[in-house]
Write a protein that binds this ligand. Structure first.
Ligand code: SF4
Length: 179
């Protein structure tokens, strides 16, 4: 039986920049796959989620599908990590919280600059938007938060290696200042 930890990742309402930052660990990815197996993640394109040791979430919670996916990650993953500003505090997507959903939809689809065909999309397959974008800790319990937009590849590497080895998480100064 494999002794490797299982790790899943997902992007909710994010830009995939945090996943790009995960790839910035470069050749250390090879070291990582010695210690973990990937479950559902955009890196493997696996769509279903199994039991996992670690679930990493990028992005804020902006629609009903995000809520469903997030709750599934909480059910299936022993440790849940909020990766990046959008997951930690709503970040860029939460800038829409200053406006009502009606104002946003009308600006985007009816009245905004560059709108050619004024029509609000209504396909039943589209997930319903929430009135506001939420950080993930407002929807589920979160075990660790890694701020930054995005957190650097080195920060992610330090976090993952210490977590996998069961050590207390401790960052060098260069990895936790953001100016
Ligand atoms: Fe993109 Fe920054 Fe949000 Fe990460 S925290 S998903 S890099 S906007």
């Amino acid at each position: 039986m494999s002794q490797k930890l299982r790790l899943a990742t997902v992007s909710l309402c994010g830009c995939f920049g945090c996943h790009m930052s995960l790839l910035d660990i470069d050749e250390r990815l090879l070291e990582l796959v010695e210690k973990i197996e990937f479950d559902r993640t955009p890196l493997t394109d696996q769509k279903t989620l199994g039991r996992c040791d670690i679930g990493i979430i990028e992005g804020g919670v902006a629609n009903a599908e995000n809520v469903e996916v997030l709750r599934e990650f909480r059910r299936c993953c022993t440790i849940v990590v909020a990766l990046g500003a959008c997951a930690v505090n709503g970040g860029v997507p939460a800038m829409r919280n200053a406006f009502s959903l009606r104002e946003i939809i009308e600006e985007s689809y009816l009245n905004g600059v560059g709108v050619n065909e004024a029509r609000i999309p209504d396909d039943p397959e589209l997930p319903l938007l929430l009135n506001q974008v939420h950080p993930i800790h407002e929807v589920i319990r979160v075990d660790y938060s890694l701020p930054g937009c995005p957190p650097s590849g080195d920060t992610i590497w330090t976090f993952l290696t210490e977590l996998i080895e069961g050590k207390p998480i401790s960052f060098p100064y260069e990895q936790i200042h953001y100016d």
